[in-house]
Design a protein around this ligand. Structure first.
Ligand SMILES: [Zn+2]
Length: 59
């Protein structure tokens, strides 16, 4: 029985070729101005509108 358990414990390699991305890239932009700003910005320096995040779809 021990041998069977050992065989079943064999790791199954992930077949999906997609790797896990550590950091998600995104840009912040003002929906009013349509301008992009640094992700550290929370409000639009031009109109004071709340910035929105837009994740970059890579791949
Ligand atoms: Zn703005």
């Amino acid at each position: 029985m021990a041998n069977v358990a050992a065989v079943l414990k064999v790791k199954v390699a992930p077949s999906s070729g997609k790797g896990i991305r550590e950091t998600r890239k995104y840009t912040t932009y003002c929906s009013a101005c349509g301008k992009a700003f640094s992700p550290t910005q929370k409000e639009c320096p031009l109109c004071g509108n709340l910035l929105k995040r837009k994740y970059k779809a890579t791949g």
